[in-house]
Every structure is written in structure tokens, then in C-alpha cells.
Write a protein that binds this ligand. Structure first.
Ligand code: ADP
Length: 768
């Protein structure tokens, strides 16, 4: 049946018609043949009956007069009938009286024993009919006639004729039925083939205007319905196609007009955005200028207020001056906060990432607040997890500002109990190069009401009903803190219970572990290497750009050139292209890690001998063993000390040794001092050595930002009043360090004060 599926409808129809007519013909012929055979046997028996009757009648006399010769003669007449094989006349007793045998009968043939009626028998594979007929005289049987009829011979002839007849018939039927079916199948197949042809044209040429031809003779039958349905379908599709084309045209117009509209809106938006940005910039600039403009005279106001305070003797006047001083300081703090917030909002504040040591940062904060905490009889607990890397890439100044605000608030709003500053970290899964840093400030203070909740992070927002006289403040600290934390890619959250305390938590995400240690500002020679390298090229591979820059900085004053790659794959390419003398390879990197990169480098003939030093954030022994086993020539743990790195590189790069250099002094009076200043020098040195020295002493001990800021302003004020620029510059520098929370430089500048005073005092001796 499968073959049928692939035959065309036309051929299928021809086959069906021919098959049907052939089967019909076959069945009819079979019926005819059967009927003929039956009739033949009937006629044969009838003929034999007549024949034996005639022979019997002719042989009656011979039997009565016992004349076998006449009887035999009678039988011989059967020689004219070719199918009579043998014949015999039996006498009354049933004995053979006379016999006849066809010429081709074998010699030993003898008549069969007498029987009645007829029967069929096969002898030597040939079928014979044995026919017996009694010879009656009146009613008495006087003998029997027997004939053996050769059916085989007769049948063979008949079969031959039948086959010829059938073959002729079959040929005739085949030809006629083929021709007829060929002509007639067209009635059904032609319209279907026509439909198929149309469907092909439609699908190929997408021409929906063609239609199937309608013949009236099919009008009422299924083919007519099919072709009507097909045409209707085409009409429908054509209409839809037209509609679609119309829509498309319309859509294109629509798109063009919408795009134009969008472009117009975009332009307007860009204009509006630029205008808004300009306005915002103008606002920030205005605020920055204003703050600066207010800050400058405020410094003078505060400076002179302090001078006035020391001159005033009347307690009432002293009290007034005290009020001016404290209001002035509050105003200065407010202006500084507004300046910070406007800078952040105008996107003008940029973070400066550098290696930061969380341990020393937290200790600094502890130091700053130690006096206040002692005054309030609180406990200050710091809790730093041991596994925090000693060097993380952060903006130290801003992080200090954040912690300063949070701890400052905690101290302000806590009256008994403790303040706890903790730092923990979580490694991001499978990545030892970055950590999640959690910093938390916990206190047992007044707590925050649920209604105030997140509102306290908005600018100028404080808890409702808060005693302004007792706590003061501007409500800007947390707004600045939140924005700074977000700029660092982190989140700040608060949990609190009124009356029991609060926990402010900062989560900084993906903080990179710095490749180099925190720079020591006090000791310039720390990490200074005594190794003098010759010219060489180093490839630094690290996914964090700051880390690559920090390592690059190590080589600034050396003849070593540095090239960089940000992942293993780029490292292999760069190594192949530039053939560096040494490769410093970070282990955890996206795209391709350090292990895989080292493996590849080892497989490339031209670069396989370049020494590769692994840089890892984990100092674990297993990691070291693993890296050394995996084709690395050296191993350094982050943060990498310059001296360590140089020692390691010295194993692979040609070098010599040098002596350690000396450090130069910083403070110098470079500008000439005017005669008026020289005149007032005793008064100035008196103030510097006594009154200000006491203030300096207190500021240095307490490390209160406010106090140091006032001290700086006073020195600057004196510089301006006495026309001594070195003092003014010193004051400005110190104030700058205070406002940027740069504690290390602030302390260093503060420490230099006695030396500065000494230099000014020595002027007096020179002048006098
Ligand atoms: P300021 O401290 O100048 O008022 P902040 O923005 O730092 O401004 O804080 C906003 C408000 O949040 C505070 O006025 C106070 O109501 C509340 N707050 C902040 N920290 C704490 C704390 N540790 N305990 C209780 N309340 C706090």
C-alpha cells in the first residue's frame, strides 16, 4: 500500500479501474468455465448412453446367435471416435464376448470386470470414464456394452482451446479497459490536478489572483464544492493580503512619523536634561561658592572670636563670645555638610580607591572618640574579624567619614552602656579576590521609633519630637552617609528598638582585595627596595584595574616597563606578542583563571620558559602548593609588599644593590618677612608659644576634629592678621586634612606645629 502513496491520482484511478474490471472478468470467466465443464460431463454421459444403446441394439443378434465376430465388427466402428480408449461387449454371464482397443493401447490391456452405471478411474496418471450399459431384449438382460472414455486427451484439447481463448480475451479486456480507464479517469483527476497546479502556483509565486476553472458538469458534486471552496479561500487570502499591504504602508508611515516624533521628544528631552544639568550644576556651583564664601569669613570670625575670648575679662562678655563661638562652629559644620551633599548630588564627588587597612581605620575612629566616650562613661568595643584581608580597595577618606558619622551619632544618642563597632566579611562564592564587607555600629542609646524608620536617611530629617537643644544636629549626616555608601556600591540599613538601642549596618559588595599593602605615610622608606633592576618587561595580569595600577606604581622609579592584561585569555595573547621577562598572574579572574592561563603558556613553545609568579588573595599552604605544582615559578600573597615583590623578581631579572636614601625636612619659611611683621614678631611668637601651644597640646591629645579645626582657623587667622603666609598656609593645610578626614596627614601636620613655631621664633633672634 505504501507504493500507492507515491503514485499520482491519475495512475491510481487507472489502476483501480483496471483492477476492478480484471477481477470482474476473472470471476465471470470462472463461472462460465465451471458451467461449461458441468455441461460437458452431462453431454458426454448422454452421448455415451446413446452410443452404447446403438452398439447394444446392433449386437443383440450376435449375442443371441453367439456370433462374436459380428459383435467385434460393431465395436470396431468406434475407431472413428478418437477418445474411446477401449470397448467391450459382455455376454449374459458377464464374460467378455467381444472387445475393442484403441491403436495406442498397451498390449496387456484387458476389459475391466463388469459393473453397472459409470465411474471414473485414473490409470497410469490418465483419467478415464468407465461406462456400462445393459443390452435388453424385452425386459431380459442378454449382455452389457462397456466403453472406456479417455478424459485426459479430451481435457487437454479443451484446456488448450480455453487458454488461447482466455489469453485473447485478457488481451482484449486489458487493452480496452486501459484505454477506457485512461480516458475516464480524467473526469475525476483532471479537476483535482488543476487544483493542485493552482495551489503550487499560489505558493510559489504568491499570486493570489489566480482562480481554479469551474466546469459546469462538476457544479453539484464534491469536486465542484472543493474548487468553489478553494476559490473562496483564495479570494479571502487576496483580500487579507491587500489589507496587509495597506496596513504595512500605513505602519511604515506611522513608524516614520512616530520616529520623527520620538526624535523630537528625544531632542527636547536632551535639551531639558542639559538645562536641568546646567541648572543643577549652577546650583551646586552656587552652593559650593556660597559655602566657600561663607567659610572664609567664618574662619576669620572664629579666629578673632577666639582672640577676643582670650582678651575679654568681663564674664558677661566672655559668655557672649562663647555663644558666638559655638554658633559659628555649628554654622561651619552645617556649611561643610551642605557642601558635601551638594557635591554628591551634582555627581561631583569622585571616589578615590586605594589600599585601606580596616584594622587601623577602626582604631583611628576609636582614638578620635575615646575622650568623648570616656567623658560620657560609655564603653567602646571594637570587633574585627581575623580573616579580613589587611588591604582592601576602598575610598579611605569617605569610609572614614561614614564611620565617623555613624559612631558620632551613636556617641551622641547614647547615655549609658556601650558602642560597638564591628567588621566582618563574607567571601563571594569561589572568589577569593573580592569580599562582602559588613561594618556595623551598635549602641545602647535612645533608639529610633518605628515611624521615623527610614526617614532619618532623608536630608534635614530628625526623629520627631527630638530635643534639639540637647542633641542639636542638622539631619544631614545620615543623608550624606547613605549616599556615600551607595556610591561605594553598598547598602546601609538600620535596626532599632526605642529605649534599647540601634544597629546601623553597612554592607559593601564585591570589595576587591588590594594587590599591594596600605601605603605607610609616616615611614617613607618602608617597603623601599634596595634592589636596582636592569631594563625588563613585566606583564601584570589582574581583573581589577586599580590593582594593576598599584603594582605599576611600584616600578615608577625603576627601568622596568609594565604591560597589563585583565584576564587569563588576554594574558596568553599578550605574552605571545610581547614576550615579557616575567608574568605576575592573579589566580581568580573571570573568562580564564590563572591556572588555565599558566597551563596554556606552558604549552606554547615561544613563551613556555617565561617565569610566571602567582598572586593569590589566600595565604593558605594548600593554595601555595597547588600553584607551585601547576606550573608557576613563584607565589606571592596579596597584599604584596614592594620589597617582597622585588625580592621575588630579583630571582628572574638581572639587578644590583643600592644604599637607603635620607628623608628631607618639610617646613621652610620661603617668603621674605615684611618689617611690620618683624616689628610685631614678639607679640606673635608669644601667642604661638603660649596660648596656641596650649590649644595645640589639647587638640593633639584629644584628636577632636572640631578642636583641631578651630586650632587650624586660629593659626590661619594669626597668619592673616600678622601678614605671615607660612602660618596661613599651615592653617589652610591643617583645615583641609580635617575636612577630608585625612587623619594621618592631619596628625603629621599637627605634629609639625612646634617645629613651625621654632622656625618663627628663630626669625626673632635673627632680626633682633
Ligand atoms: P543629626 O545627627 O545631625 O541630627 P543625622 O542625619 O546624622 O543628623 O541623623 C538623623 C537623625 O537620626 C538624628 O537626628 C536622630 O534622630 C536619628 N539617629 C541617628 N543615629 C541615631 C542613633 N544612633 N540613635 C538614635 N537616633 C539616631
Amino acid at each position: 500500500m505504501r507504493i500507492f502513496q507515491h503514485i499520482s491520482i491519475k495512475h491510481k484511478l487507472i489502476l483501480i479501474i483496471m483492477l476492478t474490471s480484471s477481477v470482474t472478468l476473472l470471476l465471470t470467466s470462472a463461472a462460465f468455465v465451471i458451467k461449461d465443464v458441468v455441461m460437458f460431463y452431462h453431454a458426454l454421459l448422454r452421448d455415451l448412453c446413446s452410443l452404447t444403446q446403438v452398439i447394444g441394439m446392433n449386437s443383440e443378434g450376435a449375442l443371441l446367435f453367439n456370433d462374436p465376430r459380428t459383435a467385434a465388427k460393431n465395436l470396431e466402428s468406434l475407431g472413428a471416435m478418437p477418445y474411446v480408449f477401449s470397448a467391450c461387449i459382455y455376454d449374459k454371464k458377464g464374460e467378455a464376448f467381444a472387445a475393442y482397443f484403441r491403436k495406442d493401447a498397451p498390449k496387456d490391456t484387458s476389459p475391466p470386470p463388469i459393473a453397472s452405471g459409470h465411474y471414473y478411474k485414473k490409470i497410469r496418471n490418465k483419467k478415464y470414464l468407465f461406462f456400462f450399459k445393459p443390452i435388453l431384449l424385452e425386459t431380459e438382460t442378454i449382455g452389457t456394452v462397456f466403453i472406456q472414455y479417455d478424459l485426459e486427451e479430451r481435457n487437454f484439447k479443451m484446456r488448450e482451446a480455453g487458454i488461447i481463448f482466455l489469453a485473447v480475451m485478457a488481451m482484449a479486456v486489458f487493452c480496452v479497459s486501459f484505454i477506457l480507464s485512461h480516458i475516464l479517469q480524467g473526469i475525476i483527476s483532471a479537476p483535482i490536478l488543476h487544483l493542485a497546479q493552482i495551489a503550487r502556483t499560489v505558493s510559489k509565486e504568491k499570486d493570489y489572483s489566480v482562480r481554479a476553472k469551474r466546469c459546469c458538469e462538476y457544479h453539484w458534486n464534491e469536486i465542484g464544492i472543493l474548487s468553489d471552496g478553494f476559490n473562496e479561500m483564495l479570494t479571502e487570502i487576496q483580500a487579507q493580503e491587500k489589507e496587509l499591504i495597506r496596513h504595512r504602508g500605513h505602519l511604515e508611515e506611522e513608524v516614520v512619523s512616530r520616529t520623527a516624533e520620538l526624535l523630537r521628544t528625544n531632542e527636547e528631552l536632551v535639551r531639558a536634561k542639559n538645562a536641568a544639568e546646567n541648572a543643577n550644576r549652577a546650583k551646586s556651583e552656587f552652593l559650593a561658592n556660597m559655602s566657600h564664601e561663607i567659610r572664609t569669613p567664618m574662619n576669620a570670625v572664629l579666629g578673632f572670636t577666639d582672640l577676643l575670648h582670650s582678651l575679654a575679662t568681663d564674664p558677661k562678655q566672655k559668655n557672649y563670645i562663647e555663644s558666638i563661638r559655638s554658633s559659628g562652629r555649628s554654622l561651619l559644620t552645617l556649611i561643610n555638610d551642605i557642601l558635601d551633599l551638594s557635591k554628591i548630588e551634582a555627581g561631583k564627588m569622585e571616589l578615590q580607591y586605594e589600599p585601606v587597612d580596616i584594622y587601623s581605620l577602626i582604631n583611628e575612629i576609636r582614638h578620635i572618640f575615646s575622650l568623648k566616650i570616656a567623658e560620657k562613661e560609655l564603653e567602646f568595643v571594637t570587633d574585627i574579624a581575623d580573616d579580613i584581608p589587611r588591604s582592601l580597595l576602598l575610598d579611605e577618606v569617605r569610609l572614614r567619614q561614614v564611620l565617623f558619622n555613624l559612631v558620632g551619632n551613636a556617641v551622641k544618642f547614647t547615655h549609658k552602656g556601650y558602642i560597638r563597632l564591628s567588621a566582618t566579611k563574607i567571601y563571594t562564592e569561589g572568589n577569593m579576590s573580592r569580599v562582602e564587607l559588613i561594618l556595623a555600629v551598635e549602641d545602647t542609646g535612645i533608639g529610633i521609633s518605628p515611624e521615623s524608620g527610614e526617614k532619618i536617611f532623608d536630608a534635614f530629617k530628625q526623629q520627631e519630637g527630638q530635643d534639639t537643644r540637647q542633641y542639636g544636629g542638622t539631619g544631614l549626616g545620615l543623608a550624606i552617609t547613605k549616599r556615600l555608601v551607595e556610591m561605594m556600591g553598598g547598602k546601609i540599613s538600620v535596626r532599632s528598638e526605642p529605649g534599647r538601642g540601634s544597629v546601623f549596618e553597612i554592607a559593601l559588595h564585591h570589595v576587591p582585595v588590594a594587590a599591594v599593602p596600605v601605603k605607610s605615610k609616616k615611614d617613607g622608606t618602608a617597603g623601599e627596595s634596595l634592589i636596582l633592576f636592569e631594563k625588563a618587561l613585566i606583564l601584570v595580569v589582574d581583573d581589577i584595574a586599580t590593582n594593576r595600577n598599584l603594582i605599576r606604581e611600584f616600578f615608577l622609579d625603576t627601568p622596568i616597563s609594565v604591560i597589563e592584561a585583565e584576564d587569563g585569555d588576554k594574558a596568553v595573547t599578550a605574552a605571545g606578542r610581547y614576550k615579557p621577562d616575567v608574568i605576575l598572574m592573579d589566580i581568580r579572574m573571570p573568562v580564564m583563571d590563572g591556572y588555565e592561563a599558566a597551563r596554556r603558556i606552558r604549552k606554547i613553545e615561544a613563551i613556555k620558559d617565561i617565569p610566571v609568579i602567582a598572586l593569590t588573595a589566600s595565604g593558605m599552604k594548600e593554595e601555595k602548593d597547588k600553584t607551585l605544582k601547576q606550573g608557576f615559578d613563584g607565589f606571592l600573597t596579596k597584599p604584596i609588599q614592594r620589597s617582597e615583590l622585588f625580592e621575588e623578581l630579583a630571582k628572574f631579572i638581572t639587578h644590583s644593590k643600592k644604599e637607603a636614601p635620607e628623608r628631607a625636612e618639610k617646613i621652610e619659611i620661603t617668603e621674605p618677612v615684611s618689617p611690620e611683621t618683624m616689628e610685631k614678631l614678639p607679640e606673635l611668637t608669644d601667642k604661638l608659644e603660649n596660648e596656641l601651644m596650649r590649644k595645640w597640646d589639647s587638640a593633639r591629645k584629644n584628636s577632636f576634629f572640631d578642636e583641631i579645626s578651630v586650632f587650624a582657623d586660629q593659626v590661619k587667622g594669626l597668619g592673616e592678621v600678622f601678614g605671615m603666609s607660612v602660618l596661613r598656609k599651615y592653617g589652610e593645610e591643617l583645615a583641609g586634612h580635617v575636612s577630608s578626614f585625612d587623619i594621618e596627614n592631619m596628625n603629621a601636620t599637627l605634629d609639625a606645629y612646634p617645629k613651625l613655631v621654632g622656625k618663627i621664633v628663630s626669625l626673632r633672634s635673627k632680626g633682633g
